[in-house]
Design a protein around this ligand. Structure first.
Ligand code: 13P
Ligand code: SF4
Length: 355
């Protein structure tokens, strides 16, 4: 493979190129999300360059659903939740992966594609859940609970995955955990405490005895609560309220659906309701508004600073002249160990999720 350092810069678009590209972005629904004509032209210049370069460099751009709308509609080759992105990266024939998301997602892509160059345009894009736990913490928990399998949320570092038995995502955690409970009386679930509490309740398991939890929290979802739900149900009669499974059990107990971002999108697609409220990161609401322009969405979201760290400029830079910190490396020994529990997830959950 060519070294990424030898990659040339994109040509400059003409005025006509920019106008046509801005029109394409407008057609994707960005105007309805509040992008002005100037915003669209500014984005168009960058998306035009990125789309030229990514072909030339045989790169693919996966983007998590929380990414900015100009990324999702302007340059992404595929969009999805954590599970879908991991699976599609593995299947892509591209030589380079420019991952629009956060570090744990790009690391997962690298673990599954060690021969490919994986770049994270915003190298500072972390995740509070991933940062809450180390490999050493997992080893200690195992020693405290001998024989209990470790089911680990995908929002973790490669080092933590390497210490795990199976990886789960928000889309398949209930299914994988219930399968594990068929063979084990006690399991360790890491690192999201709130998701762990939600799973314990759904599976009727005792926290501390049957399911051992860690103290990680998502800084976005831990801040939603149930206090205003009754009010919204009164002023938006018939509203369907959907919450991400990283939200608190108090909130989860009063909503119509709890699940991952993919579950939320599928629910909106399949149901007919006068209003929808998506309690999660704001990117999902923007995506839903463009995908389902005839449905009405009641705003209730927060921004994830990590997910927002990627922008079109950083993507272009990753293609033209990446910073060394954008290049994702996972030591071979850790990658080989981390790959096993990810593949275990594919084996246990493939039929649980429609890609
Ligand atoms: P999903 O797998 O549901 O997309 O969640 C990823 C994430 O980071 C949620 O905060
Ligand atoms: Fe991590 Fe929460 Fe941001 Fe998702 S929304 S990347 S879980 S901090």
């Amino acid at each position: 493979m060519n070294s990424i350092k030898t990659i040339s810069k994109s040509p400059e678009p003409t005025e006509k190129d920019i106008a046509l590209e801005a029109e394409r972005l407008f057609g994707k629904g960005l105007g309805d999300l509040g992008y002005s004509e100037d915003d669209l032209r500014r984005c168009a210049e960058l998306t035009w360059k990125i789309n030229i370069l990514k072909k030339e460099k045989r790169a693919v751009i996966p983007a998590h659903v929380y990414q900015r709308a100009e990324i999702l509609h302007g340059v992404a080759d595929f969009i999805g939740d954590s599970y879908k992105l991991a699976r599609l990266c593995q299947k892509s024939p591209a030589e380079r992966i420019i991952f629009c998301g956060v570090r744990f997602m790009a690391e997962t892509a690298k673990i599954l594609n060690p021969e490919k160059e994986v770049l994270l345009p915003a190298p500072q894009a972390g995740c509070s859940l991933s940062e809450s736990i180390s490999g050493e913490d997992v080893r200690k928990l195992r020693a405290e609970h001998p024989g209990a399998p470790v089911a680990t949320y995908i929002n973790t570092s490669a080092e933590v995955k390497a210490e795990s038995d199976v990886i789960v995502t928000s889309a398949n955690a209930p299914k994988i955990l219930s399968k594990l409970f068929e063979a084990h009386k006690k399991i360790i679930f890491l690192p999201d405490e709130l998701m762990g509490k939600n799973l314990a309740k759904a599976l009727n398991k005792k926290i501390g005895a049957e399911i051992i939890l860690w103290k990680g929290r998502c800084i976005v979802h831990e801040n939603f609560d149930a206090s205003s739900i009754d009010y919204y149900r009164k002023i938006y009669p018939g509203v369907k309220i959907l919450a991400h499974s990283e939200c608190s059990p108090g909130l989860v107990s009063v909503v119509d659906l709890v699940g991952g971002t993919g579950d939320m999108m599928r629910y909106v697609e399949k149901t007919k309701a006068p209003y929808y409220m998506l309690i999660t990161e704001c990117g999902l609401g923007d995506l839903a508004r463009t995908e389902f322009p005839d449905k009405v969405f009641v705003p209730m979201c927060r921004l994830c600073p990590h997910m927002r760290a990627t922008d079109l400029k950083s993507i272009l830079r990753a293609l033209e002249d990446p910073q060394p910190s954008s290049v994702i490396e996972v030591p071979k020994e850790i990658a080989e160990r981390a790959k096993k529990p990810i593949e275990k997830m594919f084996e246990m959950a493939e039929d649980a999720v429609k890609l």
